[in-house]
Design a protein around this ligand. Structure first.
Ligand SMILES: [Zn+2]
Length: 347
């Protein structure tokens, strides 16, 4: 456990030694037991250097609450549950109070207040909260169902906020669901997806990152670049980046659901007519993309792939891929497993 750290000294009347003096406000990493589990978290406390070892620390009420909240949030992060801040963010987005959100969900009025302060939500409650956050259509449905719990004015106000969000994210949500539908049979980490379940946030970031660095990026080339990055990441970290599943296609590895993939609402796509009157799908960077979903290793792997194939035309990269063992040892239409794919030629 790391050593205790001094945050600041505060001159106050110390309840331990009874004198006015500089009391140290300290922070340390500690642990507690929550639901039979050892949970590590950050704890803040005051330290009196005039008192003896057995009783030289104290907390005020606000600190105590914050410490408890930190511990519970650490438990939530470990279990993939929404943290108290994330629950607050859901309410803020829809302009709702704690009681409003509880009423919309048809829960007891203090439920949300408890989740933001003391209690840890069960899985079923967590799923409901996520639905409301991620699917504004669902939120609208719930609001209509429990509309009698609200004044007309409040109901209208919330409805407008939901419609705003629907405008902003509704289409993206629906196109994501369509792609996720194609991946229903790959919901678990396996050799087919590189031990990573489809992650559309990362997928969009990767595509935008490539589009930013590679001039004239079209669909055929993008599909190969995705495959190389996933395989490289799998080889180096034991886990792919996007969770896409690739099949053996005439032109090399092609992800399952590639039409739906290219229809993701957030992607910046331009359709162009090529010389041969074929429709060309050009990929441009997403303007406000947040690349922080990709870690340092993943960015390095993307850079490596870009460095190698930057100047390759679609045909060149297809030819290059045709010589990979992953391609030669699989049949048309077959899923290219990552355990075969990892024997890449050096990039
Ligand atoms: Zn003291």
């Amino acid at each position: 456990m790391a050593a205790d750290m001094l945050i600041e000294k505060i001159y106050m009347s110390c309840p331990l030694c009874g004198k006015m003096h500089d009391v140290g406000k300290m922070r340390r990493r500690t642990y507690t037991i929550i639901k039979d589990e050892n949970v590590e978290y950050d704890e803040t406390y005051y330290f009196c250097e005039n008192s003896d070892k057995d009783e030289n620390e104290f907390c005020n009420a606000a600190m105590l609450n914050q410490n408890l909240l930190n511990a519970r949030n650490a438990y939530r992060v470990r279990h993939g549950l929404l943290t108290s801040d994330e629950i607050v963010a859901i309410r803020d987005e829809y302009g709702m109070s704690q009681v409003d959100l509880a009423r919309m969900l048809g829960w007891g009025e203090v439920t949300i207040s408890r989740y933001e302060s003391k209690a840890i939500q069960d899985d079923a409650y967590d799923i409901m909260l996520r639905l409301v956050r991620d699917n504004p259509l669902q939120a609208l449905e719930l609001l209509n169902k429990n509309i009698n719990s609200f004044t007309n004015e409040k109901a209208l106000e919330i409805r407008n906020k939901i419609l705003e969000k629907l405008d902003r994210t509704g289409k993206e949500f629906l196109t994501r669901k369509a792609l996720e539908g194609e991946y229903a049979e790959f919901m678990l980490p396996s050799d087919a997806n590189g031990y990573c379940v489809l992650n559309i946030d990362k997928l969009e970031a990767v595509i935008s990152y490539y589009a930013k660095q590679v001039d004239n990026l079209y669909k055929v080339k993008l599909m190969k670049l995705l495959w190389y990055a996933d395989v490289l990441a799998y080889r180096e970290n034991g886990m792919s980046i996007t969770g896409l599943v690739y099949r053996h296609d005439v032109m090399g590895a092609l992800p399952i659901g590639h039409y739906r993939l290219m229809s993701l609402e957030r992607l910046n796509i331009r359709e162009e007519i090529g010389y041969n009157y074929l429709l060309m799908i050009r990929i441009l960077p997403i303007e406000d993309m947040d690349y922080s979903v990709l870690n340092k290793d993943e960015i390095a792997q993307l850079d490596k792939v870009i460095e190698k194939f930057k100047t390759y035309k679609a045909k060149d990269i297809v030819d290059y891929m045709h010589k990979e063992r992953a391609y030669k040892n699989t049949n048309s239409g077959e899923v290219i497993s990552f355990s075969i794919a990892k024997d890449l030629r050096e990039l």
